[in-house]
Design a protein around this ligand. Sequence first.
Ligand SMILES: [Mn+2]
Length: 358
Amino acid sequence: MKMTFRWYGEGNDPIPLKYIKQIPNCSGLMGVLDQYAAGEVWPEDVIADYVKHVNNAGLEVEVIESVNVHEDIKLGLPTRDQYIENYITTIRNLAKHGIKVIVYNFMPVFDWLRTDLARDIPEDGSNSLFYDEQELLGMTPQEIVKQTTENAGFTLPGWEPERLADLDRVMKLYEDVSPEQLLENYKYFLQAIIPVCEEVGIRMGVHPDDPAWPIFGLPRIVHNKEQLKAILNLVDSPANSLCFCTGSLGSNPDNDIPAMLRYFSEKDRVACVHLRNVKYLGERCFREASHLSADGDLDMYEIVRALYETGFDGYARPDHGRMIWDEKGRAGYGLYDRALGITYLNGLWEALEKGDKI
Ligand SMILES: [Mn+2]
């Protein structure tokens, strides 16, 4: 397993690469080039410069996240073919520069969603991302977009202004898209891109819906075991795999995270993992916790054990952490708590490895 760290790019992320290099066992990044809107081609020279810059800091970049899928592809509109062609060009461009895994999602309109980006944790005086369905029900889609983008302090992947500007129009288009139709549109996309991925040695990792249930009446089809199985069956290839995000899937207590992870990892359909813990605070209400099992409701030992025992050799990273020690930065993506998360995950892995040899 290769341990990595999400980084938003020079000038876009307050954390210097040299700090990331100093985290024990962190071999590289899950990188992001979010200056490109969904549907645009990522130019090869820009990718080359980015990879070189990261490599010069002594870090690898073999995973790229947030290569967003244009809404027209998800909606199945006639215009989708051009956007799929562009996506394929981006896949080829990334492969030329050593990228092995692309993380994306198939969530209509919203990508991830929280009702508070910095909710106080009374137990320890830190804060973290928070979600409460009751709060969301009192808001319109426009209000949650306004609140999230205004409070972020940075541009957020999945929340690009140009993508959300015509929110009403896109929400309306989805009224005619059933979950079954969304899955059909997904199949059309995968059938076009997966042969190219196989050719160039890229694995696609779909990120699950976050939170793991439908919101605002929009169809969502990537948030439980049966749905993940259905997606992997659309095109049965190791290139069509998962980015298994424990916190996103784990937002729904109905998902047995260690068992699901074991199931898909055994079949070699997990390209990468996002490891984080969540704390349930009520029905469809949770906050993001430190990585420690005891601080949340996910058993991180069992999660890491599932990876270890299935011989997982893909990429992992700590996912959202709390904001601690008065750090100022991107919500969920501070240095301190994620670095603590890595050292804890390293410890779990080492204990499993050495325990195995006794
Ligand atoms: Mn994630």
